[in-house]
Design a protein around this ligand. Structure first.
Ligand code: HSE
Length: 317
């Protein structure tokens, strides 16, 4: 038995879309799995990747432990990770997704007789609800498994989602500072109730922003109309509370939002990654904001990402 799995990083809480809008990016967690009588003992091999140093050791690695539990033969697990931990880019969703897929493949080996396409189509709906339950919110795990830009919800314990259009002219400028935030803590600090004004503002922004994206995607031949996208991306449900955990991110978001080149900026997930929505040539504006981190001796990485439309990939070898 030999196969490869790959899942993407994800932006979540996209603008005013708390716990519902998520997007897969072209940045990945990949594993290669091989189980064979000829393998002498179980082994975890960490392959070179930008954030492979964040991969937990075998004893506390959920993917390795799932393989140990469910694989009937000795195995070799290779992992390559480009998704930073505790930065709001869905690293735990990616690990969860891979764990669920691995468990499914190891307990139903007959699935591997399918071609990759039908295997993916079969496996995603089978694990989706369990994966959502283990996450508690659907906006990372949904794009991680299904790819694209999505709106996802949980109702009566069931997850569901729709793929959304995203205007091609917009790029995702992703800033990853060297500041870690625990999602658990970042959820605990959120208020238990909100003012009508804050909730109404988020609902209006969300509804208006999605209408703009849909309208702009339907008329690609026309110049995109992004009226007020900066205001529409604003959130009053989680972002300001969480910026208390990473104040330099607040300063950077403010500076980016002052630039005319940038359509809007938001904190991804529970932070600390910042995503600026802008045309490709906004690079020099973004670089100016990086100095705010650097002046405070905070390392930061900057990438221009595209949407990953595929989500989970499986290659049977
Ligand atoms: N929607 C989730 C939250 C994403 O804000 O807690 C966590 O990365």
């Amino acid at each position: 038995m030999k196969f490869e799995l790959s899942v993407p990083a994800t932006l979540s809480n996209f603008g005013p879309g708390f716990d519902t809008l998520g997007m897969a990016l072209n940045r990945y967690l990949k594993i290669k799995f091989e189980a064979d009588e000829s393998i002498k003992s179980n082994e975890l091999i960490i392959e070179e990747g930008e954030y492979s140093h964040n991969v937990p050791a075998a004893e506390i690695n959920m993917i390795y432990k799932a393989a140990e539990k469910y694989c009937k033969r000795n195995f070799m697990l290779k992992m390559k990770n480009d998704i930073p931990l505790k930065r709001g880019l869905g690293s735990s969703s990616a690990a969860n997704a891979v764990t669920f897929v691995l468990k499914e493949l190891l307990t139903h080996e007959e699935l591997l007789k399918n071609d990759s396409h039908s295997l993916i189509e079969t496996i995603r709906p089978r694990i989706y609800n369990d994966a959502i339950k283990s996450e508690g919110h659907p906006d990372n795990i949904t794009p991680c498994l299904f790819g694209g830009f999505v709106t996802a919800r949980i109702a009566n314990g069931e997850g569901s989602f729709l793929n959304l259009p995203f205007p091609e002219s917009l790029k995702l400028h992703v800033l990853i500072p060297d500041i870690e935030v625990e999602t658990k803590l970042a959820r605990e600090i959120l208020p238990k109730s909100y003012s009508l004004k804050d909730v109404t503002s988020n609902l209006q922004n969300l509804s208006f922003m999605m209408a703009e994206f849909c309208l702009n995607s339907k008329i690609p031949e026309k110049l995109p109309i992004f009226m007020n996208l900066k205001n529409l991306l604003a959130d009053r449900v989680h972002q300001d509370y969480r910026l208390e955990l990473c104040r330099p991110c607040g300063e950077v978001i403010k500076m980016l939002n002052n630039s005319e080149k940038i359509y809007g900026t938001f904190l991804s997930g529970s932070g600390t990654t910042i995503c600026a929505v802008a045309p490709e040539d906004a690079e020099s504006e973004i670089k100016k904001a990086l100095h705010l981190f650097e002046a405070q001796n905070i390392g930061v990485k900057y990438y221009i990402h595209n949407i990953e439309y595929s989500g989970l990939k499986i290659k049977i070898l």
